[in-house]
Design a protein around this ligand. Structure first.
Ligand code: SAH
Ligand code: SF4
Ligand code: F3S
Length: 453
């Protein structure tokens, strides 16, 4: 068998950090001859890159493993089966106990060790678990080259979380906060741009807590995210910068100012508030009040009036009363979101909130979620409709659903479709918006973007 014949299938769950990690795992495995395919059938190696954030996410992994076990048996046991990501970190031992078909279990900080672990499995060395935290080593050991998929890319700059919100598993699955050095980030950004990337989305569980070092640059230690963004904005060929996910406590003045003075920083911010009631925010250990959050958004809209703001919400946190939920509805009304995700509180064993009294009944959570989502859907539709008649620069990312249709993103991250040709992929073109739905905007190429005669 030649090296190039090995087929790899990675299924990704959870957040963008996992999407980034899956791409990096492909980079790590490429030198071993693994090429990606998009189904588990016939794969030589299947990796489930998992998410532990809510109970449902975790249960999905175990049911998927049951199905993969049958595929593995059908392959005569040839197929290797691995579990990576946050479930691997949190429940590694449990996975191996419940599903003996699993060959390897790898925590999020150990991806650079994939080749070694695969070799161990082949030697039947009986060491299937790798879940120690050594985040710095991971980033240093990952290949500097990256395969890219289109003009927009993720780049992890920060990992882990020290905030310990009382509902959340991330500090336990991803470990303590760690920021990559400015030099490493710039090198990776340049490598992406050389391959045609024009938009970079800087990632971190707490990306605005970024505090990396810059040994080769003036100013030295402890760069803020705003400094990093201003620095990256100087790179020719990089046209759009985004970052996610941020915490209200780390929205410093300079970062707010950057939205006003750094043209390449897109007018879009995902800033989760989770709830609108101060007593619930306190019980969640979020470390700020509802008013503090509203003030941040107001200041952002002073420097950048068209700012699109999105958030995450949890309904039915332990002790949430009707009046607390009404505070959540009120803050949504006040902010007027461009989009938002909302979830029913899910008890996560080992987190402080799991043991709190006054867990909210499921039917109350359901009812609150429905009301909240209806309001958010309404705001999202109105936000999309507010673009009708405007001409916006759209980064063309690929083909659209219908023939002759292209797809892209506005500065506000709205999915966009318009009639055009494939040579536009990777370009930023002006599109005049003519229609809008809950999930997308549509339009026509503006005259100025058409090739001159
Ligand atoms: N670092 C980000 C969020 C990471 S998790 C932040 O601080 O906002 C993504 C989202 O999942 C969270 O914003 C929260 O809304 C939701 N979430 C986290 N734990 C949850 C739980 N136990 N139950 C329900 N939703 C949860
Ligand atoms: Fe979880 Fe809170 Fe950290 Fe976000 S800030 S990852 S919600 S603990
Ligand atoms: Fe899920 Fe881990 Fe991301 S728990 S949300 S994959 S950090």
């Amino acid at each position: 068998m030649t090296a190039a014949t090995k087929r790899l299938f990675i299924k990704t769950y959870g957040c963008q950090m996992n999407v980034y990690d899956s791409e990096r795992m492909k980079d790590v495995l490429a030198p071993l001859g693994y090429t990606s395919i998009d189904t588990a059938d016939d794969a030589d190696l299947v990796l489930l890159n998992t998410c532990h954030i809510r109970e449902k996410a975790t249960e999905k992994v175990f049911s998927e493993l049951g199905q993969l076990k049958r595929l593995k048996q059908a392959s005569g046991g040839k197929m290797l089966l691995g579990v990576t990501g946050c479930v691997a970190q949190a429940e590694g031992e449990e996975i191996m106990r419940r599903q003996p078909a699993v060959d390897l279990v790898l925590g999020p900080q150990a991806y650079h060790k994939l080749p070694e672990l695969i070799a161990r499995v082949h030697r039947a060395a009986n060491e299937r678990l790798e879940t120690d935290f050594e985040v710095e080593e991971k980033f240093d050991a990952l290949p500097s080259d990256r395969q890219v998929d289109g003009p927009s890319a993720f780049l992890s700059v920060q990992e882990g979380c020290d905030k310990f919100c009382s509902f959340c598993v991330v500090p336990y699955t991803r470990g303590a906060e760690f920021s990559r050095s400015v030099d490493a980030i710039v090198a990776e950004a340049r490598a992406l741009i050389r391959k045609g990337v024009r938009e970079i989305n800087l990632l971190g569980q707490n990306v605005n807590a970024y505090h990396g070092t810059a040994p080769s640059l003036e100013g030295g230690d402890d760069w803020t995210l705003a400094q990093l963004i201003r620095h990256l904005a100087k790179i020719d060929g990089l046209d759009r910068i985004r970052f996610t996910t941020s915490h209200p406590r780390d929205m410093d003045d300079d970062l707010i100012a950057a939205f006003g003075d750094t043209e390449k920083l897109m007018p879009y911010l995902h800033l989760p508030v989770q709830a609108g009631s101060d007593s619930i925010l306190k019980a969640m250990n979020r470390g700020h009040t509802a008013q503090h959050y509203v003030d941040i958004i107001e200041r952002l809209r002073v420097v950048r009036p068209d700012m699109a703001v999105t958030s995450d919400f949890i309904v039915g946190f332990p002790g949430e009363r009707d009046e607390d939920f009404e505070d959540t509805m009120r803050i949504v009304e006040t902010i007027d979101y461009a989009a938002a995700y909302s979830f029913k509180y899910s008890r996560r064993p080992g987190t402080p909130a799991a043991d709190m009294f006054a867990q909210v009944p499921e039917e109350v959570k359901d009812e609150r979620l429905q009301r909240l989502q209806a309001l958010i859907r309404d705001q999202q539709t109105r936000f999309n409709q507010s673009q009708i008649g405007k001409t916006l620069p759209v980064l063309v990312t690929g083909t659209g659903r219908n023939d002759g249709q292209m797809a892209g993103r506005t500065p506000y991250l709205q999915a966009t479709h318009f009639d055009g040709t494939e040579d536009l992929i990777g370009q930023i073109v002006d599109v005049t918006m003519t229609n809008a739905t809950l999930n997308s905007v549509g339009g026509q190429l503006a005259r100025s973007s058409e090739p001159a005669l």
